[in-house]
Design a protein around this ligand. Sequence first.
Ligand code: NAD
Ligand code: LMR
Length: 328
Amino acid sequence: MSNTPVTVTVTGAAGQIGYALLFRIASGQLLGSDTPVKLNLLEIPQAVKAAEGTAMELDDCAFPLLRGIDIHDDPAAAFSGANVALLVGARPRTKGMERGDLLEANGGIFGPQGKAINDGAADDIRVLAVGNPANTNALIAQASAPDVPAERFTAMTRLDHNRALAQLSKKLDVQLDDIKKLTIWGNHSATQYPDLFHAEVGDKIAADQVDRDWLENDFIPTVAKRGAAIIEARGASSAASAANAAIDHVYDWVNGTQDGDWVSAAIPSDGSYGVAEGIISSFPVTSKNGRWEIVQGLEIDDFSRGKIDASVAELVEERDTVKKLGLI
Ligand code: NAD
Ligand code: LMR
């Protein structure tokens, strides 16, 4: 076991996802059971006391890997020396707010956080934006961090990926492990495209094992609108499953993905598959040596092309809006 702890900064630490996430990080599930961690929690001043309560509970778990907890309301202090940044805290959409208002409000959070990452984080910083609109929030943070390699800014579509795995496994009555190469393309929003045309179950393509009506009219909308369905049922947005997906994303980024499979993550586009360069869009990805790589060479038919293009168009529109607002 290494003695030097990895510093993990979590924003929105006193929120719902924070509460589901911090204990799993501290127990070693984010980075591995050999890696000690130090937690830096960032909250707004009004929520610092609640974060202190969570920190007391973390102490009370006596996790052997947890080497310290600091709580901050200042991004510069919170990201100082950070190796991993989980950007969870965000401004939720409230009544009467237009999408542009939401992007602007989040620019006020993710811009300064990006700058703090730029100025103070460790050289190997890896950033995951979870707070919505996650893809564009990641882009805003990235734009404020010109000295950090752009590829270190990512957004979470692993929850969508896991949701798609669960729906398909139920439909085909197969184990989750039997499903490989599933992809979420595009935005973490209702335009996302869960792709079964490259997914494999056994030796066969998943799309060939389900009827087309289910694929188009049940599977895709169920996965894409699952976040809204959870809010409707729970009266609050997904928290434990979101925290679980954040753990999966960072664990795979740091430790590598399984041979013969891939996962989904929103990473800066290099133009692959005709996705506008620079936007942070979900792709089929593998992780090797601590870097995400886009899986290349997949054939995209007209149906998939239309779905990918629609979600990418939404991301381009979000990018153009934040550009006009001077946030990137
Ligand atoms: P929550 O409201 O319970 O908690 C958010 C926390 O963020 C609050 O404690 C708040 O005080 C804090 N916060 C607000 N502004 C901050 C700032 N500037 N700095 C630090 N902390 C700040 O919300 P939640 O349920 O934990 O969800 C958090 C975000 O994650 C939301 O935007 C939600 O939509 C999003 N989400 C994303 C996914 C995904 O798959 N990408 C899934 C679920 C939820
Ligand atoms: C989710 O996918 O569960 C969330 O992004 C939904 C939301 O709007 O918070």
